[in-house]
Design a protein around this ligand. Structure first.
Ligand SMILES: [Zn+2]
Length: 290
């Protein structure tokens, strides 16, 4: 079985990206795993602090491990947006493959200082654990938005600068790097939609750092921008809001079409199908199968 970093490096060499999909429960996990297995593609399961609080840190680790072992499948687990060293420690101890330490709201010097401390801790307990750092604030909710979140970097002068990215990666020692390049968490409702990605900036950052790049806030990005950003050097793409929308759509459909039904395992497969469809489309696009 390939390690997560080997899988990412292979994607990098093949000019494709590995899909990172968030879960809150078994319904989404089942949908994501089935979609990936049908296409025989590696996947990363993400759980934010809120998602971990609901599903259980050790419990999601056991679920993902059981799929990996039973099917000898390249499915990996990432502790998405983690704000404290304590929560990183919980993920390391539970057997996660990776974590995102998010100090992106702080000034760069403070962000570097805190991220570096976490990298040093992680390396001291598990050198194979991948720690991702973030530079540039892109909002923090995988929800439907009315407008661009306050303080989020969208103007060219606010996006992550290549020289700061190089400094951040060098001084912190992170294994993965997430920049702000026009991406946002959440989907902006309404005609204008999410901003376009700055592909030129992605290429410049890719040339400036020696670690794989991660694109957060993939929901709401146009298909052609995904293809261009992968060509420019993005190796992992995060999708969450689109899965939450699919879950809700599936649940509403299940309840509306079966008003008398109370058996969860008869209703939930309808939500599984909705989520699975989104994951399949995204995985095909990220792996240039469409
Ligand atoms: Zn994110």
């Amino acid at each position: 079985m390939k390690s997560l970093i080997e899988t990412i490096k292979q994607a990098e060499n093949n000019k494709v990206a590995t899909g990172h999909f968030n879960v809150s429960d078994l319904t989404a996990l089942k949908a994501i795993f089935e979609a990936a297995k049908n296409l025989q593609l590696p996947i990363i399961i993400g759980v934010s602090e809120g998602e971990r609080d609901f599903i259980g840190t050790k419990q999601i680790a056991a679920l993902v491990r059981s799929l990996r072992d039973e099917y000898s499948y390249p499915i990996y687990l990432n502790a998405d947006h983690t704000y404290s060293r304590e929560k990183i420690k919980e993920a390391v101890e539970a057997g996660f493959d990776a974590a995102v330490f998010d100090a992106s709201k702080l000034p760069i010097e403070e962000n570097i200082k805190r991220t570096k401390e976490v990298v040093e801790y992680v390396k001291s307990v598990n050198p194979n654990f991948l720690l991702e750092g973030e530079l540039g604030y892109i909002g923090n909710g995988s929800t439907l938005l009315k407008e661009i979140p306050i303080g989020a970097a969208v103007k060219p002068e606010d996006l992550t600068k290549p020289e700061e990215a190089a400094q951040f990666v060098k001084e912190t020692g992170v294994g993965l790097f997430a920049p702000a390049v026009g991406n946002l968490h959440g989907i902006i409702a309404g005609a204008e939609g999410n901003p376009a990605l700055n592909i030129q900036r992605i290429s410049e950052i890719k040339s400036a750092v020696n670690v794989p790049l991660v694109l957060h806030g993939g929901s709401g990005i146009k298909d052609e921008d995904f293809v261009s950003c992968i060509d420019a050097g993005i190796s992992i793409i995060h999708i969450n809001t689109e899965l939450r929308l699919a879950w809700r759509k599936g649940m509403e459909k299940a309840l509306n079409e079966n008003p008398e039904e109370i058996t969860p395992y008869k209703l939930l497969p309808i939500a599984v199908e909705e989520i699975k469809h989104v994951v399949e489309q995204r995985l095909k696009l990220f792996n240039k199968l469409i």
